[in-house]
Write a protein that binds this ligand. Structure first.
Ligand code: PLP
Length: 384
């Protein structure tokens, strides 16, 4: 299912902009949902990957719940029509207004990351005469083998409750009147390209669960988070991530106990491949040692290369001339505003349209107005 770009239509649009292949998004959702259904798993889309209102509406229509990490995301999810009882709320630093919003809307669950947070949720719930459903986000100390900025499951990360503190937080929790433990939550990192860390996660959770069973605790909900990676190098060869083998790892390694519900929070794997950032070449600058393709898009539209040294496949949609070597850079006044160094592109000239592929996740949503730039607009293949 190769993304085909309507280049003639693009010529009439002001660049840069985001372009979403609606058909691919729907296909991805359908594959994810049907593979999860094989095992009765529940999916909550991680809103932080892309909160474009139409993207959210399409994902909601496919039957997903929402995983939110801020009050703003809870509002965006509710506005897109997600049912409150399918919203989970994670994050190390939940502000009081955000917790109150979650309580007022009766969201499914707060994923709690520390004892002080648990105490605040209990107090705010008590003030409203409510019972807050909570899951404990446990740091399973599993190395995700991914970029250090997006690994989250190691002991030194700021996220989650470390395993050696679980006993204390459970003692605390059972002493509080307005929080009810409904599950455990894990998220070990993002853009995982191997499945072994997920297998290690299953082993860790099994051990943990056996320990809790000895205390007479049965865990109703297990949430394994997100993290499934996408193929940034070959988006057309792998437009839909391998949801089948991903869920099978959990099925094969984590036996579900009676009445237990298993949840996942995929973000990148749902929206990554359907989005491209479309930009125009402003200038081709011949340096003394390099040629620079200077785009009208920069890290204000797509920050992943500057933030995580991420690489996106770059295509010239206007030229099929002989390849030359270029650095592809943006117009922002920072040296880190560089999308790629020494890559081959067909001979490129001013006005050529350039696609930065696999930009649907952590692209548009991370856009900023630095240099007083305008936020990018978005177009969808079925509405163009
Ligand atoms: C970011 C995040 C996700 C989604 O991660 P992806 O790698 O985009 O799938 C899921 N759960 C939590 C708690 C997160 O912080």
């Amino acid at each position: 299912m190769k993304t085909i770009f309507p280049t003639a239509k693009f010529q009439q649009l002001r660049t840069p902009f985001y372009y979403y292949d609606t058909e691919l998004l729907n296909k991805t959702l359908q594959v994810a949902q049907s593979e999860a259904n094989n095992y009765g798993y529940h999916l909550h889309y991680a809103v932080k990957a892309n909160a474009n209102p139409r993207v959210l509406a399409i994902i909601r229509a496919a039957g997903f719940g929402a995983d939110c990490v801020s009050g703003g995301e809870i509002q965006a999810a509710l506005e897109a029509g997600f049912a409150a009882d399918k919203i989970v709320f994670a994050g190390v630093g939940k502000a009081d207004w955000e917790i109150n919003l979650g309580l007022d809307k009766d969201i499914f669950c707060f994923n709690v990351e520390s004892i002080p947070e648990l105490q605040v949720i209990d107090a705010l719930a008590a003030a409203k005469g409510k019972m807050a459903r909570v899951a404990l986000r446990i740091n399973p100390e599993v190395d995700a083998h991914t970029h250090t900025h997006i690994t989250t499951g190691k002991k030194e990360n700021k996220f989650g409750i470390n395993l050696d503190q679980l006993g204390d937080i459970l003692d605390e929790l059972f002493g509080l009147n307005n929080v009810r433990l409904i599950g455990l939550h894990f998220h070990i990192g993002s853009q995982l390209t191997e499945l072994e860390p997920f297998q290690a996660l299953c082993e860790r959770v099994k051990t943990l669960q056996a320990g809790l069973a000895k205390r007479g605790l049965h865990i109703e909900n297990i949430n394994f988070g997100g993290g499934l990676g996408i193929d940034y190098d070959h988006p057309d060869a792998h437009p839909v991530p391998g949801f089948g083998s991903y869920f099978k790892i959990f099925h094969d390694n984590f036996p579900v106990t009676a009445g237990q519900r298993i949840h996942f929070e995929p973000g990148r794997s749902i929206v990554g491949q359907c989005g491209s950032l479309i930009s125009k070449v402003l200038y081709v600058k011949e340096g003394s040692v390099k040629q620079f393709v200077i785009l009208d898009a920069g890290f204000t539209e797509l920050i992943r290369p500057a933030l995580y040294q991420a690489s996106h496949l770059i295509e010239n949609l206007s030229s099929d001339k002989k390849a030359e070597t270029y650095d592809v850079v943006g117009p922002i006044c920072e040296s880190s505003d560089c999308f790629a160094k020494d890559i081959q592109l067909p001979q490129t000239q001013r006005g050529d349209l350039i696609a930065l592929r696999s930009a649907g996740a952590y692209g548009e949503i991370m856009a900023s107005q630095y240099n007083c730039r305008q936020l990018p607009v978005a177009y969808f293949s079925d509405l163009l």
